[in-house]
Design a protein around this ligand. Structure first.
Ligand code: GDP
Length: 183
């Protein structure tokens, strides 16, 4: 379902995907990005959903088509078509559930198997507002990101903290890679 339409003109369109275990906050990150909304009890229908977001980088308007798994990850049913053509990925875990962090290895393996070799991945530790239930230290996220040579940020979709920033990191890096290519 497209949440936004192609009303605004853009210079480039690119695809980005949200990945990570169930209930880490992917769909709320998407609605923050696209509509600046948060849903306490969100549950998407099964199937892929996406939304559009426009971002200005320099003098260019870039439109991101951001895909959400919409529950498919529960059944390990994300296929190569989900990743096809994607230039960026937000790989999300929940800082209050250690298992979602441990599973990142599996997600990274899948992204690298199905995604393009220069896909920009940003690691996102979501639910930073729930610090009293934290099971993953900031340092753990940082070390993994360093090891995997990807960017890292903790976010709260609920409090709207760093969600835009994580996305901007991804877009900035994609823009950098593509500008080099077109030189
Ligand atoms: P998804 O399955 O990964 O798409 O996760 P959802 O976006 O559906 O979120 C799962 C649950 O976590 C929902 O109850 C959300 O309200 C909640 N949630 C998502 N992001 C945050 C956050 O940043 N902070 C808190 N406290 N709860 C969140």
């Amino acid at each position: 379902m497209a949440v936004n339409s192609f009303e605004e003109e853009c210079d480039y369109l690119f695809k980005a995907v949200l990945i990570g275990d169930s209930a880490v906050g992917k769909s709320n990150i998407l609605s923050r990005l696209a509509k600046n909304e948060f849903h306490l009890d969100s549950k998407p229908t099964i199937g892929v959903e996406f939304a559009y977001k426009n971002i200005r980088v320099g003098d260019k308007i870039i439109k991101a088509q951001i895909w959400d798994t919409a529950g498919q990850e529960r059944f390990r049913a994300i296929t190569s078509s989900y990743y096809r053509g994607a230039l960026g990925a937000l790989l999300v875990y929940d800082i209050t559930r250690r298992a979602t962090f441990e599973n990142l290895k599996k997600w990274l393996h899948e992204v690298r198997q199905f995604g393009s070799s220069d896909m920009v991945i940003v690691l996102v530790g979501n639910k930073s507002d729930l610090s009293s239930s934290r099971e993953v230290n900031v340092e753990d996220g940082q070390s993994l990101a360093q090891l995997e040579e990807i960017a890292f940020m903790e976010t709260s979709a609920k409090e709207n903290l760093n969600v835009e920033e994580a996305f901007h990191q991804m877009v900035g890096r994609i823009h950098e890679i593509n500008s080099k290519k077109s030189l």
